[in-house]
Design a protein around this ligand. Structure first.
Ligand SMILES: O=C(O)[C@H](O)[C@@H](O)[C@H](O)[C@H](O)COP(=O)(O)O
Length: 258
């Protein structure tokens, strides 16, 4: 499978804006994927000079190693923690102390070890009514964005990190759920019929408002879902992810089927 590396080394927003045309960066294994992402993300964050670097973190198991690397001695003092606003792409509606909480994972693997101002960390709220929690999170995003309407050419996020589930879900955009039709809200609820927990998730329009969307995949178990999404199978929620910037598939050889 072809891999185009030039736009990865020098992101210039000229790669594809969707899952079919986005750049593919294929590395030997999961460790190389995590190391590459740490390096690239740090470079992107350091390059952001005209405002905060706004990042949407992904959950699941794949990015765990990335978070460990960013908290390691190599990056701890180099990453611009104070100029980065950390949002989450999705969350399970469970207490922050729950092992299923994405915030819990990011906190215990990374945030607990670095000098990040608490005000820069935006866990999705997970108490009360999910619909209200989603609205509250949207208001937090609006405050950082400086507006309530997403403007083309002025992206909400610098980087949105995404993973991919076996059933083609990404963030918490699960198959068959009404959130897939959401055109207006930036944050919504999702109650999957094939996975546990009510979720909060960024919607397609919020993810679209980004400079970069990066899917990180590792392991042969990802290959089938990846192949369906890369082919644009409309039944896969991830197939409908777009960005006004650059979409990148960062994956190991096994996930790429090589
Ligand atoms: O919180 C989550 O679980 C993410 O929202 C989900 O979209 C995840 O990225 C994929 O399910 C892949 O998960 P793995 O990395 O664990 O395979």
């Amino acid at each position: 499978m072809e891999s185009r590396n030039s736009c990865w080394e020098k992101p210039d927003m000229t790669a594809g804006h969707d899952v079919k045309t986005g750049a593919m960066v294929v590395l030997p294994d999961a460790e190389a994927v995590a190391q590459h992402m740490a390096k690239w993300l740090t470079a992107q964050a350091l390059a952001k000079k005209d405002g905060p670097f706004v990042l949407a973190l992904s959950g699941g198991s794949t990015p765990r190693r990335l978070y460990q690397i960013l908290a390691s001695a190599e990056y701890r003092d180099r990453f611009p923690w104070a100029n980065t606003q950390f949002f989450f792409g999705d969350e399970r509606f469970v207490p922050e102390s729950d092992a299923a909480s994405n915030y819990n994972m990011v906190e215990t693997e990374m945030l607990a070890y670095v000098k990040v101002p608490p005000a820069n960390v935006h866990p999705m709220p997970t108490s009360g009514e999910p619909v209200q929690a989603a609205a509250q999170y949207q208001a937090e995003l609006e405050a950082v964005y400086g507006g309530k309407t997403l403007e083309p050419g002025r992206p909400l996020f610098d980087v949105v990190m995404l993973g991919l589930g076996d059933n083609g879900h990404t963030a918490s955009l699960f198959p068959r759920q009404p959130v897939l039709e959401e055109k207006k809200l930036w944050v919504s609820t999702c109650v999957p019929d094939d996975a546990p927990h009510t979720r909060l998730t960024l919607t397609y329009p919020a993810i679209h408002s980004s400079r970069h969307v990066v899917f990180m995949l590792a392991g042969a178990g990802k290959h089938e879902a990846f192949a369906r999404v890369r082919a644009g199978d409309p039944a896969e929620p991830a197939s409908h992810i777009t960005t006004e910037g650059e979409l990148i598939w960062l994956m190991d050889k096994a996930a790429a089927g090589q």
